[in-house]
Ligand binder design. Structure first.
Ligand SMILES: [Zn+2]
Ligand SMILES: [Zn+2]
Length: 350
Protein backbone atom coordinates (compact mmCIF):
# COMPACT_ATOMS: atom_id res chain seq x y z
CA UNK A 1 0.00 0.00 0.00
CA UNK A 2 1.06 3.53 -0.70
CA UNK A 3 0.95 6.33 1.86
CA UNK A 4 2.26 9.86 2.27
CA UNK A 5 3.88 10.32 5.65
CA UNK A 6 5.22 13.11 7.79
CA UNK A 7 8.74 11.89 8.52
CA UNK A 8 10.00 15.19 9.85
CA UNK A 9 7.97 18.18 11.07
CA UNK A 10 7.80 20.97 8.49
CA UNK A 11 9.42 18.86 5.78
CA UNK A 12 7.75 17.54 2.60
CA UNK A 13 5.68 14.37 2.99
CA UNK A 14 7.47 11.15 2.10
CA UNK A 15 5.90 8.57 -0.18
CA UNK A 16 6.10 5.15 1.45
CA UNK A 17 5.26 1.82 -0.18
CA UNK A 18 4.73 -1.23 2.03
CA UNK A 19 2.82 -4.51 1.78
CA UNK A 20 -0.90 -3.95 2.43
CA UNK A 21 -1.51 -5.10 6.04
CA UNK A 22 -3.82 -8.02 6.85
CA UNK A 23 -6.50 -7.11 9.38
CA UNK A 24 -6.47 -9.10 12.63
CA UNK A 25 -8.98 -9.55 15.43
CA UNK A 26 -11.63 -6.82 15.16
CA UNK A 27 -9.65 -4.77 12.64
CA UNK A 28 -11.14 -3.65 9.35
CA UNK A 29 -9.10 -2.82 6.24
CA UNK A 30 -10.61 -0.23 3.91
CA UNK A 31 -9.57 1.00 0.51
CA UNK A 32 -9.52 4.79 0.81
CA UNK A 33 -12.05 6.53 -1.44
CA UNK A 34 -11.64 10.06 -0.09
CA UNK A 35 -9.33 11.77 2.41
CA UNK A 36 -9.95 15.39 3.36
CA UNK A 37 -7.03 17.76 3.88
CA UNK A 38 -7.90 19.64 7.05
CA UNK A 39 -6.49 22.85 8.44
CA UNK A 40 -5.48 21.02 11.61
CA UNK A 41 -3.23 18.81 9.49
CA UNK A 42 -1.14 21.93 9.03
CA UNK A 43 -0.61 22.17 12.80
CA UNK A 44 0.39 18.51 12.95
CA UNK A 45 2.72 18.97 10.01
CA UNK A 46 4.23 22.07 11.62
CA UNK A 47 4.53 20.20 14.92
CA UNK A 48 2.56 22.40 17.25
CA UNK A 49 0.40 25.36 18.25
CA UNK A 50 1.13 28.89 19.38
CA UNK A 51 -0.06 29.21 23.01
CA UNK A 52 0.58 32.93 23.28
CA UNK A 53 2.80 34.64 25.85
CA UNK A 54 5.78 33.29 23.87
CA UNK A 55 4.89 29.64 24.50
CA UNK A 56 4.28 26.83 22.07
CA UNK A 57 2.45 23.53 22.40
CA UNK A 58 4.64 20.86 20.93
CA UNK A 59 2.78 17.90 19.46
CA UNK A 60 5.89 15.77 19.91
CA UNK A 61 5.65 16.34 23.67
CA UNK A 62 1.96 15.41 23.44
CA UNK A 63 2.78 11.99 22.06
CA UNK A 64 2.54 12.54 18.33
CA UNK A 65 5.31 10.39 16.93
CA UNK A 66 6.75 10.21 13.45
CA UNK A 67 6.58 8.84 10.85
CA UNK A 68 2.84 9.49 10.66
CA UNK A 69 0.28 9.22 7.88
CA UNK A 70 -2.04 12.17 8.45
CA UNK A 71 -5.67 12.27 7.33
CA UNK A 72 -8.58 12.17 9.78
CA UNK A 73 -11.40 12.76 7.28
CA UNK A 74 -11.56 9.44 5.54
CA UNK A 75 -14.17 7.47 3.66
CA UNK A 76 -13.25 3.99 2.56
CA UNK A 77 -14.64 0.80 1.12
CA UNK A 78 -14.27 -2.32 3.23
CA UNK A 79 -11.94 -4.82 1.53
CA UNK A 80 -11.11 -7.21 4.40
CA UNK A 81 -11.65 -7.67 8.14
CA UNK A 82 -10.38 -9.77 10.99
CA UNK A 83 -12.21 -12.86 12.29
CA UNK A 84 -13.73 -10.97 15.23
CA UNK A 85 -15.03 -7.98 13.23
CA UNK A 86 -18.82 -8.14 13.11
CA UNK A 87 -21.37 -6.04 11.25
CA UNK A 88 -19.30 -5.22 8.18
CA UNK A 89 -19.22 -6.68 4.71
CA UNK A 90 -16.78 -6.36 1.84
CA UNK A 91 -17.94 -3.48 -0.36
CA UNK A 92 -19.48 -1.38 2.46
CA UNK A 93 -18.65 2.30 2.04
CA UNK A 94 -18.08 3.89 5.44
CA UNK A 95 -17.00 7.13 7.04
CA UNK A 96 -14.17 6.49 9.50
CA UNK A 97 -14.77 8.04 12.92
CA UNK A 98 -11.22 9.16 13.74
CA UNK A 99 -11.28 10.56 17.31
CA UNK A 100 -10.35 7.41 19.15
CA UNK A 101 -9.13 7.10 22.70
CA UNK A 102 -7.91 4.11 24.71
CA UNK A 103 -11.36 2.53 24.38
CA UNK A 104 -11.23 1.29 28.00
CA UNK A 105 -11.37 4.23 30.42
CA UNK A 106 -14.61 5.62 31.91
CA UNK A 107 -14.62 8.51 29.44
CA UNK A 108 -14.24 6.19 26.44
CA UNK A 109 -16.81 3.73 27.79
CA UNK A 110 -19.25 6.63 28.25
CA UNK A 111 -18.89 7.29 24.51
CA UNK A 112 -16.57 10.28 24.65
CA UNK A 113 -13.45 8.76 23.14
CA UNK A 114 -12.52 12.16 21.72
CA UNK A 115 -12.01 13.25 25.36
CA UNK A 116 -10.02 10.19 26.49
CA UNK A 117 -7.61 11.14 29.24
CA UNK A 118 -5.60 7.94 29.25
CA UNK A 119 -4.29 7.58 25.71
CA UNK A 120 -5.60 9.50 22.72
CA UNK A 121 -5.39 7.38 19.60
CA UNK A 122 -6.93 9.66 16.99
CA UNK A 123 -6.57 8.33 13.48
CA UNK A 124 -4.35 10.58 11.40
CA UNK A 125 -2.91 12.23 14.53
CA UNK A 126 -1.59 9.49 16.82
CA UNK A 127 -1.90 6.59 14.40
CA UNK A 128 -1.93 6.30 10.63
CA UNK A 129 -4.75 7.97 8.74
CA UNK A 130 -6.16 8.48 5.29
CA UNK A 131 -3.37 10.00 3.19
CA UNK A 132 -2.95 6.52 1.78
CA UNK A 133 -4.63 4.05 -0.53
CA UNK A 134 -5.59 1.79 2.42
CA UNK A 135 -6.41 2.35 6.07
CA UNK A 136 -6.80 -0.05 9.00
CA UNK A 137 -9.45 0.75 11.63
CA UNK A 138 -9.36 -1.11 14.95
CA UNK A 139 -13.07 -1.96 15.24
CA UNK A 140 -16.16 -1.82 12.97
CA UNK A 141 -17.99 0.37 15.54
CA UNK A 142 -16.00 3.35 14.24
CA UNK A 143 -17.30 2.91 10.70
CA UNK A 144 -20.38 4.97 9.95
CA UNK A 145 -22.71 3.89 7.18
CA UNK A 146 -23.04 6.67 4.61
CA UNK A 147 -26.22 5.15 3.15
CA UNK A 148 -25.73 6.69 -0.24
CA UNK A 149 -24.04 9.99 0.67
CA UNK A 150 -21.23 10.94 -1.70
CA UNK A 151 -17.87 9.78 -0.20
CA UNK A 152 -15.96 12.85 -1.35
CA UNK A 153 -18.27 15.48 0.13
CA UNK A 154 -19.05 13.36 3.21
CA UNK A 155 -15.41 12.86 4.25
CA UNK A 156 -15.07 16.31 5.93
CA UNK A 157 -18.03 15.53 8.22
CA UNK A 158 -15.62 13.44 10.31
CA UNK A 159 -13.84 16.62 11.39
CA UNK A 160 -15.15 20.00 10.34
CA UNK A 161 -18.72 18.67 10.31
CA UNK A 162 -18.78 17.08 13.74
CA UNK A 163 -16.69 19.92 15.17
CA UNK A 164 -19.32 22.49 14.23
CA UNK A 165 -22.21 20.17 15.11
CA UNK A 166 -20.82 19.53 18.59
CA UNK A 167 -20.17 23.25 19.16
CA UNK A 168 -23.75 24.14 18.18
CA UNK A 169 -25.06 21.36 20.46
CA UNK A 170 -23.31 23.08 23.37
CA UNK A 171 -25.60 26.08 22.77
CA UNK A 172 -28.72 23.95 22.32
CA UNK A 173 -30.71 25.79 25.00
CA UNK A 174 -30.30 29.23 23.36
CA UNK A 175 -30.75 28.39 19.68
CA UNK A 176 -34.18 30.04 19.63
CA UNK A 177 -32.29 33.35 19.75
CA UNK A 178 -29.63 34.67 17.38
CA UNK A 179 -26.14 33.45 18.18
CA UNK A 180 -22.85 34.96 17.04
CA UNK A 181 -20.34 32.99 15.01
CA UNK A 182 -16.76 34.17 14.54
CA UNK A 183 -15.17 32.98 11.32
CA UNK A 184 -16.87 32.62 7.96
CA UNK A 185 -14.49 30.11 6.43
CA UNK A 186 -15.40 26.50 5.76
CA UNK A 187 -16.42 25.82 9.36
CA UNK A 188 -18.51 28.98 9.55
CA UNK A 189 -20.47 28.15 6.41
CA UNK A 190 -21.03 24.62 7.65
CA UNK A 191 -22.20 26.00 11.00
CA UNK A 192 -24.80 28.15 9.22
CA UNK A 193 -26.31 25.24 7.34
CA UNK A 194 -26.28 22.97 10.40
CA UNK A 195 -27.80 25.67 12.57
CA UNK A 196 -30.67 25.96 10.12
CA UNK A 197 -31.13 22.18 9.92
CA UNK A 198 -31.16 22.01 13.73
CA UNK A 199 -33.98 24.55 13.89
CA UNK A 200 -31.90 27.49 15.14
CA UNK A 201 -32.96 31.10 14.78
CA UNK A 202 -29.75 31.95 12.94
CA UNK A 203 -26.43 33.67 13.40
CA UNK A 204 -24.65 36.95 13.06
CA UNK A 205 -21.33 36.11 11.45
CA UNK A 206 -18.19 38.08 12.20
CA UNK A 207 -15.18 38.00 9.89
CA UNK A 208 -12.51 40.50 8.91
CA UNK A 209 -12.62 39.36 5.26
CA UNK A 210 -15.31 41.06 3.14
CA UNK A 211 -15.60 38.20 0.63
CA UNK A 212 -16.12 35.71 3.46
CA UNK A 213 -18.79 37.95 5.02
CA UNK A 214 -20.55 38.04 1.66
CA UNK A 215 -20.38 34.23 1.45
CA UNK A 216 -21.87 34.01 4.94
CA UNK A 217 -24.75 36.29 4.02
CA UNK A 218 -25.42 34.25 0.90
CA UNK A 219 -25.38 31.14 3.07
CA UNK A 220 -28.14 32.54 5.22
CA UNK A 221 -26.47 34.54 8.01
CA UNK A 222 -28.89 36.96 9.72
CA UNK A 223 -26.23 39.66 9.32
CA UNK A 224 -22.48 39.98 9.09
CA UNK A 225 -20.03 42.27 10.82
CA UNK A 226 -16.43 43.23 10.09
CA UNK A 227 -14.60 42.15 13.24
CA UNK A 228 -11.86 44.66 12.51
CA UNK A 229 -14.21 47.68 12.49
CA UNK A 230 -13.67 50.05 15.43
CA UNK A 231 -17.37 49.78 16.33
CA UNK A 232 -17.62 46.01 15.74
CA UNK A 233 -19.02 45.39 19.22
CA UNK A 234 -21.80 47.96 18.78
CA UNK A 235 -22.63 46.56 15.35
CA UNK A 236 -22.91 43.02 16.69
CA UNK A 237 -25.15 43.97 19.61
CA UNK A 238 -27.39 46.20 17.51
CA UNK A 239 -27.75 43.58 14.78
CA UNK A 240 -28.61 40.94 17.37
CA UNK A 241 -31.47 43.16 18.54
CA UNK A 242 -31.47 41.59 22.00
CA UNK A 243 -29.26 39.86 24.52
CA UNK A 244 -26.65 37.52 23.04
CA UNK A 245 -26.50 34.27 24.98
CA UNK A 246 -24.33 32.16 22.74
CA UNK A 247 -21.10 32.71 20.79
CA UNK A 248 -19.10 30.18 18.81
CA UNK A 249 -15.52 31.22 18.11
CA UNK A 250 -14.29 29.24 15.13
CA UNK A 251 -11.14 31.35 14.85
CA UNK A 252 -9.72 31.29 18.36
CA UNK A 253 -7.31 34.19 18.42
CA UNK A 254 -7.02 36.91 21.06
CA UNK A 255 -9.11 39.40 19.06
CA UNK A 256 -12.05 37.07 18.35
CA UNK A 257 -12.05 35.68 21.89
CA UNK A 258 -12.11 39.24 23.30
CA UNK A 259 -14.93 40.42 21.06
CA UNK A 260 -16.86 37.20 21.55
CA UNK A 261 -16.66 37.61 25.31
CA UNK A 262 -17.60 41.30 25.22
CA UNK A 263 -20.71 40.83 23.11
CA UNK A 264 -22.19 38.20 25.44
CA UNK A 265 -24.94 39.20 27.83
CA UNK A 266 -24.89 38.07 31.47
CA UNK A 267 -25.02 34.31 31.82
CA UNK A 268 -23.94 33.79 28.22
CA UNK A 269 -21.69 31.08 26.90
CA UNK A 270 -18.61 31.36 24.71
CA UNK A 271 -17.70 28.14 22.93
CA UNK A 272 -14.11 28.22 21.71
CA UNK A 273 -13.42 25.90 18.80
CA UNK A 274 -10.74 27.56 16.66
CA UNK A 275 -7.09 26.81 17.26
CA UNK A 276 -5.56 29.86 15.64
CA UNK A 277 -3.60 30.44 18.83
CA UNK A 278 -2.60 33.16 21.23
CA UNK A 279 -3.22 34.07 24.86
CA UNK A 280 -6.54 34.55 26.69
CA UNK A 281 -7.62 38.21 26.52
CA UNK A 282 -10.29 38.37 29.23
CA UNK A 283 -10.26 40.47 32.38
CA UNK A 284 -10.70 37.83 35.09
CA UNK A 285 -13.22 39.77 37.28
CA UNK A 286 -15.61 40.06 34.32
CA UNK A 287 -15.94 36.29 34.07
CA UNK A 288 -17.71 36.01 37.47
CA UNK A 289 -19.39 39.43 37.26
CA UNK A 290 -21.03 38.51 33.93
CA UNK A 291 -21.32 34.86 35.00
CA UNK A 292 -19.95 33.82 31.62
CA UNK A 293 -19.31 30.20 30.73
CA UNK A 294 -16.24 29.68 28.56
CA UNK A 295 -16.29 26.21 27.11
CA UNK A 296 -13.82 24.55 24.79
CA UNK A 297 -15.10 22.18 22.15
CA UNK A 298 -12.83 19.61 20.55
CA UNK A 299 -14.19 17.71 17.56
CA UNK A 300 -17.13 15.51 18.67
CA UNK A 301 -17.95 12.01 19.81
CA UNK A 302 -19.04 8.98 17.78
CA UNK A 303 -22.72 9.43 18.65
CA UNK A 304 -22.65 13.06 17.47
CA UNK A 305 -20.99 12.01 14.22
CA UNK A 306 -23.75 9.47 13.60
CA UNK A 307 -26.41 12.08 14.46
CA UNK A 308 -24.75 14.48 12.04
CA UNK A 309 -24.75 11.99 9.17
CA UNK A 310 -28.44 11.27 9.85
CA UNK A 311 -29.20 15.00 9.90
CA UNK A 312 -27.34 15.57 6.63
CA UNK A 313 -29.32 12.78 4.99
CA UNK A 314 -32.72 13.72 6.42
CA UNK A 315 -32.46 17.46 5.76
CA UNK A 316 -30.57 17.11 2.50
CA UNK A 317 -27.89 19.53 3.69
CA UNK A 318 -25.99 20.89 0.70
CA UNK A 319 -22.39 19.63 0.56
CA UNK A 320 -19.58 22.07 1.19
CA UNK A 321 -17.50 22.92 -1.88
CA UNK A 322 -14.61 20.53 -2.37
CA UNK A 323 -11.70 20.28 -4.77
CA UNK A 324 -10.57 16.75 -5.50
CA UNK A 325 -6.89 16.01 -5.90
CA UNK A 326 -5.04 12.78 -6.63
CA UNK A 327 -3.36 11.22 -3.58
CA UNK A 328 0.04 11.94 -5.14
CA UNK A 329 -0.67 15.65 -4.58
CA UNK A 330 -0.99 15.31 -0.80
CA UNK A 331 2.08 17.43 -0.18
CA UNK A 332 1.15 20.08 -2.75
CA UNK A 333 -2.36 20.28 -1.29
CA UNK A 334 -1.00 20.95 2.19
CA UNK A 335 1.23 23.70 0.84
CA UNK A 336 -1.69 25.25 -1.05
CA UNK A 337 -3.75 25.17 2.14
CA UNK A 338 -0.91 26.78 4.07
CA UNK A 339 -0.73 29.57 1.51
CA UNK A 340 -4.49 30.06 1.42
CA UNK A 341 -4.70 28.98 -2.23
CA UNK A 342 -7.40 26.34 -1.88
CA UNK A 343 -10.95 27.01 -2.94
CA UNK A 344 -13.17 24.89 -0.72
CA UNK A 345 -11.79 21.83 0.95
CA UNK A 346 -9.21 19.65 -0.76
CA UNK A 347 -10.12 15.98 -0.74
CA UNK A 348 -7.51 13.47 -1.85
CA UNK A 349 -8.84 10.68 -4.01
CA UNK A 350 -6.43 7.74 -4.36
ZN1 LIG B 1 -9.96 6.29 27.15
ZN1 LIG C 1 -9.65 18.29 11.01
Amino acid sequence: MKSFKVTEFNAPLTEVDIATPKPEGTQVLLKVKAAGVCHSDLHIWEGGYDLGHGRRLSLKDRGVSLPLTMGHETVGEVVAFGPEAKGVAVGDVRLVYPWLGCGKCDTCLAGDENMCIVKPNSIGVYCDGGYADHITVRHPRYLIDLKGLDPVTAAPYACSGVTTYSAIKKLESVLDQPIVIFGAGGLGLMALSLLKAMGGKGAIVVDIDASKRKAAEEAGALASVDGGAPDALQQITSKAGGPIRGVIDLVGNAATAALGFDCLSKGGKLVVVGLFGGGAPWALPLIPIKAITIQGSYVGNLRETQELIDLVREKGIAPIPVTTRPLSQADASLKDLQQGKLVGRAVLVP
